[in-house]
Ligand binder design. Structure first.
Ligand code: PLP
Length: 387
């Protein structure tokens, strides 16, 4: 029976034990398990199809999270990680070996950019970066690449990748597509349905949803379980069961939260786009935004992230920042509370000014993570701060 998103969010993957009658998945805070487990009906860890043995390898609370996430994102298999970067590095390293080439885009999350431009070349893996627009043009030649890596909504410029086009290109060329869909969340986009072989998330963001955990998730085809799992185990990027439990709990309300994030962000983007002090608004759902048409083809909702530039540049931004009362000046995103940040001070701090310019990040660019507070209050807060 095909059931809806919220039904899957609540019901899928729960680790129920008839002997205890627990309704929700318990936190299995144990590092080790009987080994061998002599019980013929012992639960089998889905990572190995053998009884659980050691939590770095697998754990029932993690498995419950992985199954719920897989049911929501339409992937065959999934693994959870201690952070989003744990998921990204493990998945990429499971696919590539010395001498391989990876194609990706310039507008990457800062740490991923460092991984691709500093670390991978140092171990003999070459990475070519082209602008997201070039990927979207469909004119890139994938011949000779071992993988194509994209962020479905780029941070912080909110440019949108034409994933359905990239998915087709990847299938034709036989080059696996890896997609970081953190900004979209599994509610607004399912990259696997658009042709991605690996879907990656910082679960720290919308999946956790309350700015209180670090977590990563990777979804992929069953045949890739062993290789991704081997990297998680070796890098030690397995999450703690408490973090996994909080991610599992977060997923249950993802649909409810995303609906409000989507609606609030849309209203705020519209408000900002008519404000005389605002030069430019970046929001995938905004009519007239360059990527609105691509967004409509690839997303079912436009998300809670809105960026904008003020006419008065950095000074005007600092002035506004000091006056906001509901929005907190803090990095990260995807929580129930509204936050704002200046990418030059946080996510893109490690980039040179030239690299930032290349990625379209002006000094005075503000990135907001619009929360689930009442939209009238958020707009009032912005109105007062802008003056
Ligand atoms: C798009 C994107 N991908 C990956 C990450 C890394 O996630 P984490 O901090 O959970 O390692 C972030 C963090 O901000 C992000 O914004």
């Amino acid at each position: 029976m095909a059931v809806g998103f919220n039904t899957r969010a609540v019901q899928a993957g729960e680790f129920r034990d008839e002997r205890t009658g627990n309704v929700t998945t318990p936190i299995y805070e144990t590092s080790t398990f009987y080994n061998p487990n002599p019980n013929p009906s012992a639960y089998k860890d889905h990572t190995r199809n053998k009884p659980f043995m050691y939590t770095r390898w697998g754990n029932p609370t993690l498995e419950s999270l992985e199954k719920k996430y897989a049911a929501l994102d339409g992937v065959e298999e999934s693994l959870s990680f201690s952070t989003g970067m744990g998921a990204i590095t493990s998945a990429v390293m499971s696919l590539l070996k010395k001498g391989d080439r990876l194609l990706s885009m310039k507008e990457l999350y800062g740490e991923t950019f460092l991984f691709f431009t500093k670390y991978l070349p140092s171990i003999g893996i070459n990475v070519d970066l082209v602008k997201l627009d070039e990927l979207n043009s469909g004119r890139v030649n994938l011949k000779g690449y071992a993988g194509l890596y994209a962020e479905s909504i780029a941070n912080p410029t909110l440019k949108v990748c034409d994933l359905s086009l990239l998915g087709k290109m990847s299938a034709e060329a036989g080059v696996p597509l890896l997609v970081d869909a953190t900004f979209a969340s599994p509610y607004n986009q399912n990259p696997a349905r658009l042709g991605a072989a690996y879907t990656l998330h910082s679960g720290t963001k919308y999946i956790g949803g309350h700015s209180d955990i670090m977590l990563g998730l990777a979804g992929f085809e069953k045949k890739n379980m062993d290789t991704v799992w081997a990297k998680r185990k070796m890098f030690g990027a397995t999450p703690d069961p408490i973090q996994a439990y909080l991610g599992l709990r977060g997923l249950k309300t993802l649909g409810l939260r995303m609906k409000t994030h989507n609606r609030n962000a849309m209203e705020i983007a519209r408000f900002l786009s008519t404000h005389r002090k605002v030069d430019k608004v970046f929001y995938p759902g905004l009519e007239g935004f360059e990527y609105n048409e691509v967004a409509k083809r690839n997303l079912t909702g436009f998300g809670g992230m809105v960026s904008f530039e003020l006419a008065g540049g950095l000074d005007a931004v600092k002035d506004m920042a000091g006056k906001l009362k509901i929005f907190s000046y803090a990095p990260s995103l995807g929580g129930v509370e509204s936050l704002f940040t200046l990418p030059v001070e946080t996510s893109h701090l490690s980039l040179t000014p030239a690299e930032r310019m290349e990625a379209g990040i002006a000094e005075g660019l503000v990135r907001m993570s619009v929360g689930i507070e009442d939209k009238e209050d958020l707009i009032e807060d912005l109105k007062n701060a802008l003056g």
